[in-house]
Each structure stands twice: as structure tokens, then as C-alpha cells.
Design a protein around this ligand. Structure first.
Ligand SMILES: Cc1cc2nc3c(=O)[nH]c(=O)nc-3n(C[C@H](O)[C@H](O)[C@H](O)COP(=O)(O)O)c2cc1C
Length: 220
């Protein structure tokens, strides 16, 4: 599975098998998380075999089952773009996990923040978590806003690389599927901006990662 297929096939999964994550995959995830932390200054952590974090009223209400493993997205409070950075590097791990045959769900609300087992140094903040494991299902394709609401360039005028990026951005997970982002072309440079509201910073990082991974072009 290549990265574009992984982006296409990844959907939120909230019900997992009770099976623990295989040792070799755990090692691969830990290694990738270590690399991402080094590059980003974040303090993301893989927590496995912890049934408590998703043992809350909201998590049950949100239909989470056997969500016993998660990646905690933690980083320095002082980083102005902490949410965006968490979104970007978290999504890098999410797509790699999909390629390893694992399923995921970004979760900022329906989990027990106080029950999260991640270590936090003073001055660090828990941005959100990402449930991870072997899904009971593969999730479902989300409904998307029409392209014209998401991108200022008409489809017929898009260079092929840009179209690939936009399509991958439209497939990106966003909080409550809000898709509050906008993609433009400034000369040769793709520019993605976030709309206002809760979680749009995390969404922006996720969308930028998808765009870059599918187009091969860095965006601003
Ligand atoms: C920042 C963020 C926060 C999210 N928080 C929650 C949450 O608290 N509970 C939940 O069930 N899903 C949550 N989601 C999952 C979204 O509902 C889901 O990604 C969106 O509906 C799009 O579906 P897809 O991931 O299948 O493409 C969150 C997603 C993002 C990106």
C-alpha cells in the first residue's frame, strides 16, 4: 500500500479487536514516534494495553470499544503552533499505521483526559489522543464539502500534483468532519489556511500533512 492509497483507505475506526498490537509493529511505531518527536520538539507517546483512557461515559456514548491503545499528542505549551504541529506529525503516524494494517481515530473530546497515562513534563500540554489498533471494521468514507468550498482553484486549472494534494486534503480527518480549511495557490506555492473555531489548528496540521504526502509539494 502506498501513501496515497493509505490516505484513501483510512477512516475513523472506533471499535477494535481485543488483540494487543504485535511487538514488531509496536517497535516500528515507537521508532517513528521517536523520529517525529526529535524533528518536531513534541513529546508524543504510544500507550498500549490501557483500558481506562476510553472508559468514560463520553467514550462509550461515542461507541468506542476496546480502544486500549492510543498515541498521546503531547508538546510544549509555549509552542505557538502546538496544535498544528501535533496535527501534522500525528497524521504522519496515522498514515504509517494504516500502511502497517492498523486503524486509528483522532480523539480530542470523547476520552478521559484525566485518565490518560502519558507523561507530561511541567510546561507540556496534552493536545489530544489517537486511538490505534486492529479495527473490527475499516470505518466509512466521510461526506465532504464540495471542492469549490475548499479550494480557490477550479479543478480544470489545477496542475496534476496540486489536484492530488487537494483530493488528499479532502480525505483528511477533521474534528466533527468540519473541514474548515481553504487551499489556494500563490504562484507555485500551495497555501492552506484554517477557518475559525475549536480544533481548527489540529485539523490544519492534519490537512497539510495529507496534502504534502500526496502531492510531494510543501505547503504554507
Ligand atoms: C482534531 C480531531 C478531533 C476529533 N475528536 C473526536 C472525538 O472526540 N470523538 C470522536 O468520536 N471522533 C473524533 N474525531 C474524528 C472525526 O469525527 C472524524 O475524523 C471525521 O468525522 C472524519 O471522518 P474520518 O476520520 O473517517 O475521515 C476527531 C477528529 C479530529 C481530526
Amino acid at each position: 500500500m502506498d501513501i496515497r492509497e493509505a490516505i484513501r483507505e483510512r477512516h475513523s475506526v472506533r471499535q477494535y479487536k481485543a488483540e494487543p498490537i504485535a511487538e514488531d509493529l509496536k517497535e516500528k511505531l515507537d521508532e517513528l514516534i521517536r523520529e517525529c518527536n526529535e524533528e518536531s520538539g513534541l513529546h508524543m507517546q504510544l500507550i498500549v494495553d490501557d483500558p481506562e483512557c476510553f472508559d468514560t461515559f463520553l467514550a462509550h456514548y461515542g461507541k468506542f470499544r476496546n480502544a486500549n491503545n492510543y498515541i498521546a499528542v503531547v508538546g510544549p505549551k509555549e509552542l505557538e503552533d502546538l496544535d498544528e504541529r501535533g496535527g501534522y506529525y500525528g497524521q504522519k503516524i496515522v498514515i504509517a499505521a494504516q500502511m502497517m494494517g492498523l486503524n486509528t481515530c483522532w480523539v480530542a473530546g470523547t476520552y478521559g483526559r484525566g485518565k490518560c497515562k502519558a507523561a507530561r513534563d511541567p510546561g507540556e500540554k496534552l493536545v489530544c489522543v489517537i486511538a490505534i489498533g486492529y479495527g473490527e471494521n475499516q470505518g466509512q468514507k466521510h461526506r465532504s464539502k464540495p471542492l469549490s468550498k475548499i479550494c480557490g482553484v477550479p479543478e480544470e486549472d489545477m496542475p496534476a500534483w496540486f489536484r492530488n494534494g487537494v483530493k488528499a486534503a479532502m480525505m483528511a480527518p477533521t474534528a466533527i468532519n468540519q473541514q474548515k480549511f481553504f487551499i489556494a495557490l500563490d504562484g507555485e506555492r500551495p497555501v492552506i489556511t484554517a477557518g475559525r473555531g475549536a480544533m481548527t489548528g489540529i485539523d490544519l496540521g492534519i490537512v497539510k500533512y495529507n496534502f504534502e504526502a500526496a502531492s510531494g509539494h510543501k505547503c504554507w
